[in-house]
Design a protein around this ligand. Structure first.
Ligand code: UN1
Length: 511
């Protein structure tokens, strides 16, 4: 532990009462059951976290409601200034928070640091947006009338996040929600509660320094909280990241009370490798896309759709790259692939490989659990490649693990059809130097995904674009572009500054 400075990192992030029941940053409100956080890196118990009870939840919602009353009155650029300070604070804690992300979640230290960088970037972005919450003005059909629309804050935003991006996805939501004038209640994954506590501690210092109530930024833990949020009319917007199965339930429940949702659900992302592709570029994009974060990104490359003329060469290059991958402790920079989140994930990975074989898949790079010294947690698996067909049941399904399915195509139209022929619609990419293929892929007859890239892989999106996907991915958009609009309510205003009251559509109503 100390070799990798985790103990020190935890202390610096304000997490001190290890093994005694670490607070959620809301000490007095946490009375629930203990949630144990184990590191997939070495299987050790890092800490136990006090979960929230129904009473704790009520206390937190009341605090949030109270804080909203004042926060919504702070001018948006001033709210941006607070978010700017949050970004500065995150810069100071980048190393330690990056280490904790890596240790608690299992992604490589580089990716842990990258995740904190995404948080910093989204803070900077949100600061700019805080001065650009633009509405439109329009010309009224009536004389001496003015029309415009404006955006107001929504209230409390519930954020339910997943283990794979234990800090960044929360920040995409919260930083924008805050500049919009909303307050947030965060229910993180129970697999990564310490990352959430660290964030809460960092945010708390900024809020305290500026005399802003902590109720602007709230943290609750424990799986029972999900249903409380979903059914709570006091929470007009629920942003959920996770599986399609759970997301469907969240969407239906929240819609049942006319709440809004932002759903970021499963992906089944493909790279099309054209005969006009630069294979050395494909290599980096596809291998990082498939094995980065041990295949546990929503944007992970799960399918490679390769032109028949370059199929053998692509497979050969991939095989050789896979044989050089180093699997091991993600905090050691020599390793490329860290562990899966837990043994349950390992089980699902093994089952998926078996299913693919049973359906006729041919193993090109053998998978399996890695054993021996340094792999005691039982969570390390070998990234594998399987030759498969797109219609296989298992290929249609998202397995959160480093399994890459490869398949052949003959013409570009067929490749696009295969790419689209899955229930999910998050990310997609084509590697080609052919302008016609590229434009076709990006056109309305092309990729049906929320993200479509050319000559870069499916993962690693920048925060400046809107992030999200279509079909069973849920349709939500977060982070950049005009994603902020989902965190506000829209109002159309018509003002009559004349002395007559003409009705719209020329209706006469004489009294
Ligand atoms: C996710 O996997 O939930 O595009 C988010 C990417 C990252 C975000 C992934 N920027 O891979």
């Amino acid at each position: 532990l100390t070799d990798f400075g985790i103990q020190k990192a935890l202390t610096q992030l304000g997490i001190t009462e290890i093994n005694k029941g670490t607070s959620t940053g809301l000490e007095s409100f946490s009375n629930g059951e203990l949630i144990a956080s184990y590191s997939p890196v070495d299987g050790s118990l890092i800490a136990k976290v006090q979960g929230s009870t129904k009473e704790d939840y009520e206390t937190v919602v009341a605090k949030a409601q109270e804080a909203y009353k004042t926060w919504r009155l702070v001018p948006a650029p001033k709210r941006g200034e607070i978010v700017r300070q949050m970004g500065e604070e995150l810069r100071k804690h980048k190393d330690t928070l990056g280490q904790l992300v890596s240790f608690e979640m299992g992604k490589s230290l580089q990716e842990g640091l990258g995740e904190v960088q995404e948080m910093i970037d989204v803070c900077d972005f949100a600061v700019g947006v805080s001065r650009q919450l633009y509405g439109l003005t329009m010309h009224s059909e009536r004389p001496n009338h003015r029309m415009y629309e404006q955006y107001h804050p929504l209230g409390i935003v519930g954020i339910i996040s997943a283990f794979n991006f234990p800090v960044a996805v929360w920040s995409w939501n919260s930083m924008l929600a805050w500049i919009c004038g909303d307050v947030c209640i965060w229910k993180p994954s129970s697999k990564t509660p310490l990352c959430a506590i660290a964030c809460q501690n960092i945010m708390k210092t900024v809020l305290e320094r500026n005399n802003i109530p902590e109720g602007v930024c709230n943290l609750i833990t424990g799986e029972e909280c999900n249903e409380l949020i979903n059914n709570d009319k006091r929470i007009p917007l629920v942003s959920f990241t996770g599986s399609t199965r759970v997301g469907r339930h969240v969407g239906q429940t929240v819609a049942g009370r006319f709440g809004k949702t932002i759903l970021e659900l499963g992906g089944n992302n493909a790279i099309i490798v054209s005969e006009h592709a630069d294979i050395s570029m494909v290599l980096v994009g596809a291998v990082f896309g498939a094995v980065g974060t041990a295949g546990q990104r929503c944007t992970t490359t799960r399918r490679l759709i390769v032109h028949e003329s370059v199929y053998d060469k692509t497979v050969e290059v991939l095989k050789s790259a896979y044989s050089q991958l180093k699997i091991g402790n993600p905090l050691d920079s020599n390793n490329h692939v860290g562990p899966l989140i837990d043994k349950n994930a390992v089980e699902q990975y093994l089952n998926s490989i078996e299913k693919a074989k049973a359906e006729g898949g041919k193993i090109l790079v053998e998978g399996g659990v890695v054993e021996g010294e340094g792999y005691e947690s039982g969570c390390y698996v070998k990234p594998c490649i399987i030759e498969a067909e797109n219609h296989f049941e298992i290929v249609q399904h998202e397995t959160f693990a480093p399994i890459l399915y490869v398949m052949k195509y003959t013409n570009i139209e067929q490749a696009i059809e295969m790419q689209n022929d899955v229930p999910q619609g998050l990310s997609s990419s084509i590697f080609t130097n052919n302008m016609r293929e590229m434009e076709l892929f990006l056109s309305q007859q092309g990729s049906d995904c929320g993200i479509a890239n050319v000559n870069i892989g499916t993962s690693g999106a920048e925060i400046g674009g809107a992030f999200g996907g279509e079909k069973e991915t849920g349709g939500g958009r977060e982070s950049g572009s005009d994603a902020w609009k989902a965190y506000m309510r829209r109002q159309t205003n018509t003002i009559n500054y004349g002395t007559q009251l003409p009705l719209a559509q020329g209706i006469k109503f004489d009294l």
